[in-house]
Design a protein around this ligand. Structure first.
Ligand code: HEM
Length: 466
């Protein structure tokens, strides 16, 4: 009986304490003009619910509080916007009190000149320099042949093997970018670089606690090692005075003398290119393989497009710009994959001053989560939205409509969009013309907070019959 009373007492005490803590946290963030919503627990906020329930958490909060609500996720008081109109407004109006709001660990590890850490004129300069490295003419003249050469060798000898396509597409995204950046030297760099780069990526997504054995610490170390490797490469090139037709060559020439970046800025620019194109390109490629496997009619149509291109060429001829431009259905497959899998859930911004948005007053220093996921499943834009239907993208107006946020929007719209599409298209070209594949089965796929196969996505590959 006494034990029973103690248990009841403890349970009641815990209930009271929880109610007090939740109330106290609500009061702490109670400010006139803020949107409705809940702030969860002190310090942790609603992060656990957000990570556990993912999209359902967002949809439930929207049902209770409307499409703009407050919360406390990933360590910050946050305004979540699921309102397409407001999302567009925020993306279009950077500078007027809104700047990127990416986590501290990401900014520390990617460097102080990385594009997400700079705004105003510094952003304009870094972005200008980057755009001139990946413009359509540079892709046509320099990059496409490097991608083609890389994909051919990367896709060699997959036949009669079980392949983890997640691992292969990750390696592909990194090594293909490295080849574009440092041409011939990339093969010397690649092994050591790859190990450090994977540590760097994990570090950017960790809590910024700089103690030995934390992912953050390992990420900072990895950054140091990558910076050292790139500095050595730059020194080497300066000494040899050879000209190189690759991204580093362009950067060192001041991108044809228009954008003069310091060595530190060049290195941060390179790390930005590698980082930004890594998970986006690899996950889209992996998910395209998954959807193509599950939709034989789409695979048949895609293969027809690529075999048609091959028929016009000799076996060893590389893909050229006209081939790439003719890949209309491939482009549609890539967009439909990005939409249905939602590779990017949204983007983060931060207020630099108190400001009004949609009639709400947002305090200075709050994060804004421009959550664009749900627009991908809007039946008005995409009839029958949960069906994988690439044909819908053959109407090009879908790519130019106001709520096409797969590559972001406004002043920070993805500068690597065409490069990413060219890489995935070239990968698909060699993959579907060389191979058939079936899934080994049983692999789990997670959709949130990132699309990933925690234990890999295994496929059994065989040659396409001649
Ligand atoms: C399928 C592939 C890709 C997808 C889905 C994608 C998606 C996005 C999105 C949504 C943004 C907006 C971020 C924001 O507003 O904060 C963005 C920005 C960016 N992307 Fe991509 N991206 C892809 C490939 C690439 C590639 C290959 C590169 C390499 C050059 C790249 C470089 C960047 C950079 C540097 C930014 C920041 C731009 C700025 O802040 O001005 N992306 N990307």
């Amino acid at each position: 009986m006494a034990i029973f009373t103690v248990i009841i007492g403890v349970v009641l005490g815990l209930c009271l304490l929880s109610t007090f803590l939740l109330r106290w946290n609500e009061m702490k963030y109670k400010k006139k003009g803020l949107p409705p919503g809940t702030m969860g627990w002190p310090l942790f906020g609603e992060t656990t619910d957000f990570l556990k329930q993912g999209p359902s958490f967002m949809k439930n909060q929207r049902a209770r509080y409307g499409s703009v609500f407050k919360s406390h996720i990933l360590g910050c008081p946050t305004i979540v916007s699921m309102d397409p109109e407001l999302n567009r407004f925020i993306l279009m109006n950077e500078g007027k009190g809104i700047i990127p709001g990416y986590p501290q660990s990401m900014l520390d590890i990617l460097g102080k000149s990385n594009i997400a850490a700079v705004h105003g004129p510094a952003h304009k300069n870094m972005r200008g320099a980057l755009l001139s490295l990946v413009s359509p003419s540079v892709i046509r003249e320099q990059i496409l042949s490097k991608i083609d050469e890389f994909m051919r060798s990367h896709l060699l000898n997959w036949s009669n093997q079980i392949i983890d396509i997640q691992e292969k597409t990750k390696e592909m995204a990194l090594l293909s970018s490295l080849r574009q950046i440092s041409g011939t030297e990339s093969s010397l760099l690649s092994k050591e670089f790859m190990r450090e780069f994977f540590n760097l990526v994990v570090g950017t997504l960790s809590l910024p606690i700089n103690l030995p054995n934390t992912n953050y610490h390992r990420g900072l170390q990895a950054r140091k090692n990558i910076v050292r490797m790139l500095e050595e490469l730059i020194d080497e090139r300066r000494r040899s005075q050879e000209t190189h037709k690759d991204m580093l060559g362009l950067l060192m020439s001041g991108v044809e003398n228009r954008y003069k970046l310091s060595d530190e800025e060049m290195i941060d620019q390179i790390i930005t290119i590698l980082y930004s194109g890594y998970e986006t390109v690899s996950t889209t490629s992996m998910m395209a393989v998954k959807y193509l496997h599950d939709h034989p009619r789409v695979l048949e149509e895609l293969r027809k497009e690529h075999l048609g291109i091959r028929e016009r060429k000799m076996a060893e001829d590389p893909l050229d710009w006209n081939d790439y431009k003719s890949m209309k259905f491939t482009r549609a497959v890539i967009f439909e994959t990005s939409r249905l899998a939602t590779i990017v859930n949204g983007v983060l911004r931060k207020t630099t001053k108190e400001m009004e948005l949609n009639g709400f007053v947002i305090p200075e220093g709050w994060r804004i989560y421009v959550y664009t996921r749900e627009i991908n499943y809007d039946p008005c834009l995409y009839p029958d939205p949960y069906t994988f239907n690439p044909w819908r993208w053959l109407d090009r107006s879908l790519e130019t409509q106001n709520y096409f946020f797969i590559f972001g929007g406004g002043t920070r719209q993805c500068p690597g969009k065409e490069l990413g599409i060219a890489e995935i298209s070239t990968f698909l070209h060699y993959f579907v013309t060389k191979y058939r594949w079936e899934e080994v089965g049983g692999d789990k796929l997670m959709k949130f907070p990132r699309v990933e196969a925690p234990n890999g996505l295994h496929i059994r590959v065989s040659d396409m019959p001649k």
